[in-house]
Design a protein around this ligand. Structure first.
Ligand code: HEC
Length: 111
């Protein structure tokens, strides 16, 4: 009985994590981020995994990155600035930022 219960919890944990991944990626696609970004490599902007790596362990990173997303960013990664993405709601910006940060050392889905 207990064993079955534990299996059930395991399944819920796995599908829960998978849907958080999908929500982040879907939001990034829906908000046109993927025209300049990829998860695993630099295109116009830095790869999201590289961003996750730079901010790993920084407890304020989600808020900071959500700010960068909505207000744009310059001179932090290279000469090309990121235009402000003010069409992204503050809530969605946080969700995307948390998703980007979750890509650090995870087996995150690419593309
Ligand atoms: C027109 C191209 C373009 C689009 C569209 C774009 N980005 Fe960027 N992004 C960039 C560039 C270029 C940089 C590096 C800017 C710099 O050097 O500071 C960047 C940097 C970032 C950073 C790091 C900011 C920091 O403070 O270190 C994040 C996070 C990010 N982008 C997320 C997003 C998200 C989420 C979206 C969609 C809502 C998006 N970007 C849309 C080009 C783009």
């Amino acid at each position: 009985m207990l064993f079955r219960f534990l299996i059930l919890i395991g399944i819920c944990a796995v599908t829960g994590a998978a849907s958080a991944q999908t929500v982040g990626l879907d939001l990034a696609k829906a908000n046109n981020c993927m025209s300049c970004h990829r998860v695993d490599r630099k295109v116009v902007g830095p790869g999201f995994m590289a961003i996750a790596e730079r901010f790993a362990g920084n407890g304020e990173a989600a808020e900071y990155l959500a700010h960068s997303i909505r207000d744009g960013s310059r001179r932090k990664w290279g000469p090309v600035p990121m235009p402000r993405q003010s069409h992204v709601s503050p809530e969605d910006a946080i969700t995307i930022a948390e998703w980007i940060l979750s890509l650090h050392e995870s087996d995150a889905q690419v593309e």
